[in-house]
Design a protein around this ligand. Structure first.
Ligand code: ZN
Length: 188
């Protein structure tokens, strides 16, 4: 297994919808193993294939909840149903999220509190997870990656402007940029 470079915002692979996976073969199994290792090394709670430069509808997730239960899995060709997004003021402490493709930055974003994920796992079986709270947020964030959408694209005023400034300040936003977990330190 290998830790892969993570593509930084501005590269077309992050901003273009990914393709359905036709077959779970050795290529997919090796990719998923590398994605899990990369996610853990980063560290992050989720990683989508476009973030490692692969245009396929796959994401991995690994998150420990407040009670210490580990939620982890591989989602191939996922579908996502989300509850209506609640209205009201954003809570910067509870609703700020980050992205390994915009490393070191966090901005608040309203998400749905509940999401139902239906996906295929590595052994080819279809499964469903009914998620609430942060796990629902992870699913929404990772699913968006497969449609070429970053959380930065969803930010409301004034955070939409702030993320553009942050990206510009770090000289990102153009193709071909990446960072390698364990080698590059891109924290705030
Ligand atoms: Zn992300």
């Amino acid at each position: 297994m290998t830790v892969l470079p993570i593509i930084i915002t501005g590269d077309p692979v992050l901003h273009t919808p990914a393709e359905e996976v036709a077959q779970i073969d050795d290529h997919v199994r090796a990719l998923v193993a590398d994605m899990i290792e990369t996610m853990i090394a980063a560290p992050g709670v989720g990683l989508a294939a476009p973030q490692v430069g692969v245009r396929e509808r796959i994401f991995v997730f690994r998150w420990e909840d407040e009670d210490g239960a580990l939620h982890e899995g591989t989602a191939i060709n996922p579908e996502l149903w989300i509850a209506p997004i609640p209205l009201g003021a954003l809570d910067e402490d509870d609703e700020s999220e980050g992205c390994l493709s915009i490393p070191g930055e966090r901005f608040p974003l309203r998400r749905s509190d509940r999401a139902i994920l239906r996906a295929t796992d590595l052994d080819g079986s279809r499964y469903e997870i009914d998620a609430e709270g942060w796990l629902a947020r992870i699913f929404q964030h990772e699913y968006d990656h497969l449609d070429g959408v970053l959380y930065a694209d969803r930010l409301a005023h004034p955070h939409d402007k702030e993320v553009v400034r942050a990206v510009k300040k770090r000289s990102w936003g153009s193709p071909g940029r990446s960072w390698l977990p364990g080698v590059d330190n891109l924290e705030g």
